[in-house]
Write a protein that binds this ligand. Structure first.
Ligand SMILES: [Zn+2]
Length: 356
């Protein structure tokens, strides 16, 4: 879905320069990014969370050094470092509280330790908020004034950008769109957060696999049964392939997922009234380049048309995110840039001073 990111040479780049770091449970992606959102370098290392946060911080800081030299720069050339991380977190305190994918990293002062190791000022953000900011800055959302990104993966992340501001909230969890309630029944599906009836429990990749498995176990006819018997692994991609080939059950799974998303997005529209809503993350059902991906978007829109204020339904733009797996580090750099510019009295997403 996302094109391979072009690396620009220093001579074609526009200072100031930022480092963006996207800390994930499996990999850490990072790179040097210029004032226009162009990458001067990009690399990825394994997180190995089981070795503990201090070990990871050392390797992360070394990788930051590598990314800076690969870009032909020195630490002195870097204005700010942006760090995007999964929650739960306390953003003003620069603290990881209890991150689900980073077991044993509880109450870790990640920003202070990164600053100790790199000597750079650190802008901390939620990983989905960072991804949202990159789409707003240089991706599918660059024409929007306000937008929501939902990242569909193991869970559902959310990022809300309004007028060049990434919404953080009073307690650092202001955009947990995956936990919007779409079913208030006592036996509603159980979410990864421990509560029931949240969007994530219905429309994440994990939920899609679970719902498909339940339907197959209940004896629903599907070409998936043979694929699985032949040793295929049940994934949203497998469901998408079967749906694209005309499998009724798989298509129903895709349509139900769209319906759940449509319900949640309607609530977001009635709360925020954004220009656009983007879908990112690994689960795209083929994305914009496929008939099924476009059908998925159209089904979400159909649900919105049924439920939202007509004016909002008419004007909302639904699209897929465009920066793929690079969105996290690019957005972390973007949020670092935002912080740097705010301190210098500049606002707006345009390049250089004064433009807004
Ligand atoms: Zn939840």
């Amino acid at each position: 879905m996302s094109e391979k990111r072009k690396i620009v040479p220093k001579a074609d780049a526009t200072p100031p320069f930022y480092v963006g770091v996207d800390l994930g449970g499996t990999n850490i992606k990072l790179g040097v990014v210029d004032d226009l959102g162009q990458s001067l370098s990009a690399l990825s290392i394994r997180t190995q969370p089981e070795k503990g946060p201090e070990d990871a911080i050392k390797r992360m800081a070394a990788a930051v050094g590598d990314a800076i030299s690969k870009a032909g720069l020195t630490h002195d050339d870097i204005a700010w470092l942006g760090l995007g991380s999964p929650g739960t977190m306390d953003i003003p305190a620069g603290l990881l509280i209890s991150p689900i994918n980073l077991k044993g990293w509880d109450n870790f002062s990640i920003c202070q330790r990164m600053a100790d190791h790199t000597g750079l000022p650190i802008a901390f953000s939620n990983d989905a908020a960072a991804a949202a900011y990159s789409e707003y800055w240089i991706g599918s959302g660059r024409a929007f004034h306000s937008m929501v990104l939902l990242t569909l993966g193991t869970g559902i992340g959310g990022g809300i950008i309004i007028g060049d501001l990434s919404i953080v909230g009073e307690n650092s969890h202001g955009a947990e769109c995956g936990h919007i309630i779409i079913n208030d029944a006592d036996d509603a599906r159980l979410c990864g957060c421990g509560q029931r009836g949240h969007l994530e429990a219905y429309a994440s990749a994990t939920a899609v696999i679970k719902r498909t498995r339940e339907a197959l176990d209940a004896g629903r006819e599907s070409s998936l049964a043979k694929r699985l018997a032949d040793g295929a692994v049940l994934t949203p991609k497998l469901v998408a392939e079967a749906a694209a080939a005309g499998d009724h059950l798989s298509l129903k799974i895709v349509d139900d997922t769209a319906r759940y998303l449509g319900v949640a997005i309607t609530s977001l529209m009635h709360t925020i009234d954004p220009n656009g809503v983007l879908l990112g993350g690994a689960m795209t059902f083929g994305g914009k380049g496929s008939k099924l991906g476009r059908h998925f978007l159209a089904q979400i829109k159909r649900e919105i048309d049924r439920r939202a204020f007509p004016l909002l339904a008419e004007r909302i733009v639904l699209d897929f995110a465009s920066l793929g797996g690079d969105a996290g580090y690019l957005g972390a750099a973007g949020i670092a840039r935002l912080e740097h510019r705010r301190q210098g009295g500049t606002t707006g997403r345009g390049a250089g001073n004064g433009e807004s």
